[in-house]
Each structure stands twice: as C-alpha cells, then as structure tokens.
Design a protein around this ligand. Structure first.
Ligand code: ATP
Ligand code: MG
Length: 564
C-alpha cells in the first residue's frame, strides 16, 4: 500500500484481517488471498477492484496473494483469456506475480476424491433427473423443493455410478452428482445443489482427461482449502452461497486453518457495462474492434486508451471497499487519470481541426527553432524544439471573425500569443467564394514579443499551433461514453445493444502534431496543450501514420453534458 492509503480509514475487510491476526486465528500460513477469475473473457475495471483488494490485503499484512484461474467450465474458456488475464494483472500491479498462477483444473484429481468421500459419507448422490426436472423441483423462495427419487440410492450404487460417470459411460446431461443437504432449506443453494456434471468438452488445461466437471460451488471452497487461503474475498452475489461453502468444508473436515468467505459490493460505473458476457457480446458482434478497444472498460482497453496502472490503483483506493452499493460516476475514473497524467505527461502541441495561418511578415523559408519546456512545473522533464515558420496551423475553433470579449482567442484585427512563440495579429480571413467557409488567415507577427512576459501586452489569449512545414500529420481518435444511459440494465442482448452510443468514437484524420512526436513510442502519453491527454495507439500507430487516442479531456466534460 502507498503512504496515501494510510490516510484512508481501514475498511471492514482490513479490520477483519487485523482482528484475525491479533486473535491468532490464522495459523502459520498467515494471510493468504487469491484473485480467482474465470478465463472466459478479458478483465474489466470491476476485476481491478478485486485485484487491488486481494493483492493489497496480502501486501499490507505480509501475506501472499495468488492468481488462480477458476477454470471449471471447459465450454466458455480459452487460453487467450488466460494469457491476457495474467498480463493485465501484472500490468495493473506494476510487478510480476510472486508465484506462477494456479489453475482450479489442476486440483481436479483431489476434487474428485473429495466427491467420492462425500458419497461414502452419505452426503452426495447421483441424480438421474434432467436439468429441467432439477430446476422444476427446486421449489421457490416461499415453497420447499421436492426430494429427488434418486436421493436415497445406496452408497455403493452411488459410488459405482459416479465412477462410471467419470469413465464416460453416460451421455452429457443424463446424470449429475448432487449434495444431499435439505430440499426444504430456506436458502435455495442448500437444496441438494449439483456438484458434478457430465460435459464432453476439451479443456484448455486438462484436454480430454475429464468428461465430468465440478461446479463453481463445489470447486471454489476446495481450491481455497487446498491452497491454504485464509480470506476468500468475493462479491456480494456469493453471499447466499456461503452456507454451502461452509457446509462442504465442514462435511469433509478440511482446511486447517479454515478459509472463510467474506463478501463486498461489486463495482459498477455509469455509462458503461461491467459484465464479461456483455463485453463479449460487443466484441463478437463487431460493435467494438476487440477486447482492447479503447472504449471498453476492460483493463486492456483502458491501457490502450492511455490509462496508467497508477491511475487504476488510485481509482480503486478512492472507491473503497464496503457492502454498500458501489455505483460510481465515470468522472471519478477520469479524475484519477487526469491527476496522474498531469504531473507525468510531457506537453506537446497538436491541432485537431486545422486552419491555415500565413504569417505575412515572416521571412519566407526561414525557420526559427524555439525552445519550449516539456512540463511547465517540472524542469527535470527537459525541453523540446519547436520550429516556427511562415505557415502554421491553428484550431478552427480558435478563430472567429468577430466575437464578444469573453472569446479569449483570435478575431479579425485582434491579437493572440502563440503558445511558446510570438504574438500574432489577424489581418484578413480568406474565404471560399462558393461556400463562404474560411480557408486561411493572413496574420502578422511582432518580432519583439518572443518570450516576453504575457502580462506586458494585453492580448485576447494564448492559442496552440503547429508549423505547417515541419508538423506531422496524425490521426486522432476521440472517445465518448460507451452507453447512452447511466445504467446498463436491459432485458436481453438486443435491448442492451440498443443502449450503445453511436458516437462513442470519432476519428479525426487530418490533424497536425509538432515534429518532436515523430519519435513517440507506443503507449507514450502526452498532454496536447489546451486539448487533453493523449497516447500513441499501441496497435495502429506507425512512424508514417501516427495514431493517437484521447485518454481524457482536460476538464470534466461529463458533468457539463449532464447539465446541458
Ligand atoms: P462478470 O460478471 O463480468 O463475468 P464475474 O464475477 O463472473 O464477472 P469472475 O471471473 O468470476 O468474473 O471474477 C473474478 C473475481 O472478480 C471474483 O472474485 C469477482 O467477485 C470479482 N469481480 C468481478 N466483477 C467485479 C466487479 N464489478 N466489482 C468487483 N469485483 C468483481
Ligand atoms: Mg462469472
């Protein structure tokens, strides 16, 4: 944890771990946590919360946190996801894992043995009901379920059938192993839940070794116990599964010391969606360019967008940990990245929507190399050279033929300072005779004004610019919110897709950037002065075709949009 974290009062999980340690409840292993993603998609910012919590608690209390792939469902999982998850976790933590990742699938032999033990103890049975029949006899919140006709099979038969299930003698879905608990339990998860199902599918780790697979509920507590996890931290939707977690460990008498599950609330963020299933739908339907599309709230997407690991960690610190609703504004995430980039991103100039300015009294062909600081407050970041020439680009928005006093930019007959350069005066706006659009400005510069104190001379404002002769063309991608509504609640995939913001991406293809950017490397981050924070796109940018992603605008545009 950083020193900053020390100023935030401890949350309930910190308090719990602290009291467990003080009471000597943890045995010799100390604090052991795990981050257990299912490798069925890329990690999103909700996972970042869980990563920060699990690895953070282990670090804070001198313990150990492991990455464990919860890979019990061979149908939806892929090795691409395994690789991306490990790389995203390390990137976010800013360090390699202290141990190689674990896989629940590597415990399949032990989990199978535990299942046999439950059968031998009379605590599990083979049920021949179909999935639909099991569902239909489960009961409701107000009515108890019905006992399966197979519930009282004798132990030997159960054991034989289970072994034959494993040997592949039965069709998929024809039989399952169920815990024998209580069909009248108030908690539906305790009504003889399924522990194992038959599923002929090649598993990314175990290949075709198994044709039966344990359920999440059965395998999770066992993997925790096998790994000596002390605190099994998960999100609130697992709260109702906790009695089953405890029941399984109690029946088997394993886990010494016993792992305990503690729940906290899931993160959700306005105007985006944190569900791998829905994010997968966006990728599969081609609505985004991939899991790392900069509009995606995935760790890979945020990284490509220009987010730093430090900003993600700062965000996780800000949102805290509790059991209360954790629906936060996008503005908070943006505040964290703006805050981080403000002190580390070098300043450069880029013109997004160019308007040509010809400086009539500038000696033709002459170039003057001006020195500009890379960061106004941090001299250690050095300086860069800016070529000033007779033709430059400015933003279309920075000129109006005439305007009221509060327009702090260029008008006809008015003066502005070019950032890091001279003061210019606009003499004439050349227009296209047909469309009436302004095509070029004719200006003069005052050679006495380089580096003079901006207060010496009253000008309307300071604007950024790029030399037309020396600048580089660039493609700049601007991103807006992914969804048009703050919440992503939608019944069904089509309704969800209808919530997508059609303007979430705008591509500006004839932008100009200062020449120093030609050496920019993938993911390098900058502040385009007066415009925002940008980074070099890691996939599409080349020295011949520079592509930048807008990470975040300089000011919070969300609040403005909401009120206007
Ligand atoms: P999704 O619904 O997006 O598929 P999940 O919960 O199924 O998410 P897992 O791969 O099972 O994803 O999650 C790994 C860990 O991350 C779990 O402990 C889970 O509780 C946690 N996690 C997932 N989503 C969030 C979230 N939005 N906020 C906090 N923790 C989360
Ligand atoms: Mg899941």
């Amino acid at each position: 944890m950083t020193p900053e974290a020390a100023t935030i009062p401890p949350h309930f999980i910190q308090q719990l771990i602290d009291s467990d340690l003080r009471a000597g409840r943890l045995g010799t292993g100390g604090v052991v946590t795990r981050f257990p993603p299912e490798p069925n998609g890329y990690l999103h910012i909700g996972h970042a919360k869980s990563i920060y919590l699990n690895f953070g608690m282990a670090a804070e209390f001198g313990g150990l946190c492991r990455l464990r792939f919860d890979d019990t469902n061979p149908l939806k999982e892929e090795t691409e996801y395994v690789a991306s998850i490990e790389s995203d976790v390390c990137w976010m933590l800013g360090q390699p894992l202290s141990e190689p990742p674990r896989f629940t699938s590597s415990y399949f032999p032990q989990i199978y043995d535990y299942a046999e033990q439950l059968i031998l103890n009379g605590k599990a049975y083979i049920c021949d009901l179909s999935n639909e029949e099991i569902r239909a006899t489960r009961g409701t919140l107000t009515e108890p379920g019905q006992e399966s006709p197979y519930r009282n099979r004798d132990i030997t038969e159960n054991l034989q059938l289970f072994r034959r299930m494993r040997a592949g003698e039965f069709a998929d879905g024809s039989r399952v192993l169920r815990a024998r608990i209580d069909m009248a339990a108030g908690n539906i998860n305790m009504r003889d839940p399924i522990l194992y199902r038959i599923r002929r599918a090649t598993h990314h780790q175990t290949g075709d070794t198994w044709c039966i697979y344990p359920t999440y509920d059965f395998s999770h507590c066992l993997a925790d116990a096998i790994e000596g996890v002390s605190h099994s931290l998960c999100t609130l939707e697992f709260e109702d599964h906790r009695p089953l977690y405890d029941w399984i460990l109690d029946q088997l008498g394993i886990g010494n010391p016993r792992p305990h599950q503690t729940e906290f609330s899931r993160l959700s963020i306005e105007y985006t969606v944190l569900s791998k299933r829905r994010l997968n739908l966006l990728v599969a339907s081609g609505r985004v360019s991939g899991w790392d599309d900069p509009r995606m709230p995935t760790i890979a997407g945020l990284r490509r967008r220009g987010y730093t690991p430090e900003a993600l960690r700062s965000f996780c610190r800000h949102i805290g940990i509790s059991r209360a609703d954790n629906h936060v504004e996008m503005g908070l995430l943006e505040h964290c990245i703006r805050d981080d980039l403000d002190h580390r991103a070098a300043r450069v100039m880029a013109v997004l929507r160019p308007l040509k300015v010809v400086i009539e009294n500038w000696p033709n062909q002459q170039v003057e190399w001006l020195t500009a600081p890379c960061h106004p407050q941090d001299p250690s970041m050095g300086s860069r050279q800016l070529p000033m020439t007779s033709e430059i680009w400015i933003e279309q928005d920075d000129f109006r033929p005439q305007a009221a006093k509060d327009f702090k930019r260029l008008i006809l007959g008015g003066e502005v300072r070019l950032r890091n350069s001279y003061i210019i005066r606009c003499q004439e706006a050349v227009t296209n005779p047909v469309s009436g659009a302004i095509t070029e400005l004719r200006c003069t510069y005052d050679p006495k004004t380089l580096g003079t104190n901006p207060t010496d001379r009253k000008v309307r404002g300071v604007i950024h610019w790029v030399s037309a002769q020396y600048g580089r063309t660039a493609e700049i991608r601007l991103y807006d919110r992914l969804l048009t509504t703050p919440g992503a609640d939608a019944d069904g995939d089509d309704a969800f897709l209808a919530l997508l913001n059609p303007d979430s991406l705008s591509v500006l293809s004839d932008c100009w950037v200062e020449p120093s950017l030609v050496d920019a490397t993938p993911e390098q981050r900058f502040q385009f002065e007066r415009v925002g924070f940008f980074c070099v796109d890691s996939r599409d940018s080349t020295p011949d075709h520079l592509v930048f992603n807008r990470t975040v605008a300089l000011r919070d545009s969300w609040t403005k949009k909401d009120s206007g």
